[in-house]
Design a protein around this ligand. Sequence first.
Ligand code: PEP
Ligand code: MN
Length: 344
Amino acid sequence: MMIIMKTEATEVDLAGAIAMVENNGLRAHIVRGAERNVIGVVGDIRQIDPAVITLMPGVDNVTRISRPYKLASREFQKENTVFNVNGVKVGSDEILIIAGPCSVESREQLLETAQAVREAGAHALRGGAFKPRTSPYAFQGMGESGLEILAEARELTGMPIVTEVMAPDQVEMVAKYADVLQIGARNMQNFNLLHAVGKTQRAVLLKRGMAATVEDLLMAAEYVISNGNRRIMLCERGIRTFETSTRNTTDINAVPVLKSQTHLPVFLDPSHSTGKWEYVLPIARAAVAGGADGLIIEVHPHPEQATSDGAQSLKPEKFAEMVRQVRAIAEAMGRTVPQHEVAL
Ligand code: PEP
Ligand code: MN
């Protein structure tokens, strides 16, 4: 339910409406608009009567949100959510490019990749220290020592760090190092994990599960927002279909569908959605043409030596070419891919 305040409502009126919500055991989420404020009410709303709320001072009207996700919906918030991650803007007209290796493998590998992607124009650095591998015998990641290397790369390049957190009891430790907490496809419906990242104020990159609908993804985002964290980037990373020529099938439709249904920024990961480096560039172009707010790309200086996802990793030169092409598409659409003001 949404309580829409009048344009002339005072702070006292707003506080009164919030108190009424909380006194009924419900939670109030406030969106401050340019013209008027809106209160999103979540919880079991059957106990309050919209007709009575409408009588409160400063309240204009009360409407129900028709979607099962409430706070994540465009119905609740019309304007795009825009936020900052270490000075990097997310969700605006500026398209954000996150790049780096699938896994942190060594200090040398990560620092070399970080410098290369920064020079090619990336705005944030990715790298997994805790890896969700299909096989228990595959490389599982460097753990906390990988996070330390990521933090060193941030010092060196100024780029914020995006890294996966796999379990609720890791959230505190990963949040100590990371600027963006990645929730992987396999964990999209790990509700305890969603609660735990929702309680932090770290930005969250929430990847779509490989058999999840767009609505499932938005319900997962709702878990994070309803715990108080609104700094969420949604990420299409390919879904499982009968097609076997690529690792997954890029659901390009998800980009405009998400843009119409939610105010949250929408990213696309063409590395995992295709599984093959030669398809990454065309699908990155398609994502930006389709209205995505950002990309997350796997890059490795020596893909043949990668401990994970080498086949889908771009070499730095190819990544630089991708940034050039994507920039041209962004500009054709009245958007930008910001350039770094200073070289490293
Ligand atoms: C990754 O980003 O390396 C990863 C494991 O992604 P996903 O969760 O989308 O498979
Ligand atoms: Mn990967």
